[in-house]
Design a protein around this ligand. Sequence first.
Ligand SMILES: [Zn+2]
Length: 257
Amino acid sequence: MRLRSLTKHIKDQNWFAVALDFFIVVFGVFMGLQVSNWNAARVDRADEIIFLNALHQDIVEAEQISKRILNMRLARFNDLENAVDILFERVPWRELSNEECNAIGNSHVAGIIWTDLPAVSGLRDAGRTGILHDDTLVQNLATLIQRQDAMGKIIEAVEITTVDLPRAYPDLFKITPVKIPLGTETGQTEYDTVFVCDGKKLQHSRAAMNALAVNIEGYDGVVNLVGVKPWAEQTNAVHMRLDKILSITHANEETTP
Ligand SMILES: [Zn+2]
């Protein structure tokens, strides 16, 4: 239609009308593109909100898990340090407690199993990470992924050097299974183990003492330095940022570091 009118105006040498026709065509195309850009941006914003809410859900769950694991590992590390202080005679001698024997017997198990955040993997697989426009959140997420990678690497490296002491030195440990109640109301129980060890016998085994020294170094690395603690802290940092963006406040103060 526009083309026919353009041909007629050229034939009539009506240059003003020709220019007007050109302008209308160019303006029409420009507006068409602009509207489609606006629409794409609107869809991106809507998808971003959906993603942020899904990520918040994932991170709340991840944070609960990481905090629980961190507390368990820190408690065991504390028992391990106390036991090592006694065995290496940095403090006056006393018999080791069951918890300390348990910590020594499990000193090769510092690693944890974790999962990626499903919302982040989904966004990355769809190639849509570009919809995120909060730079701090993007940075925090990148750091979290780096720390997860670092944690995986140190767990792998440490597992090669650490020693399962009760298996390597069965004469030094006695392990007894016990049934303990799971909560008060359910009546359910689970099996746990009680470790008993003889500190003096342990001290006289040079090989076991060497293995223990290697284990505590590895445990410290996995829990405190490059592993679980920095990962748990970064999970919390992502959560804080998300709460800020989404204006979420939590009734209890669980999310404060
Ligand atoms: Zn939150």
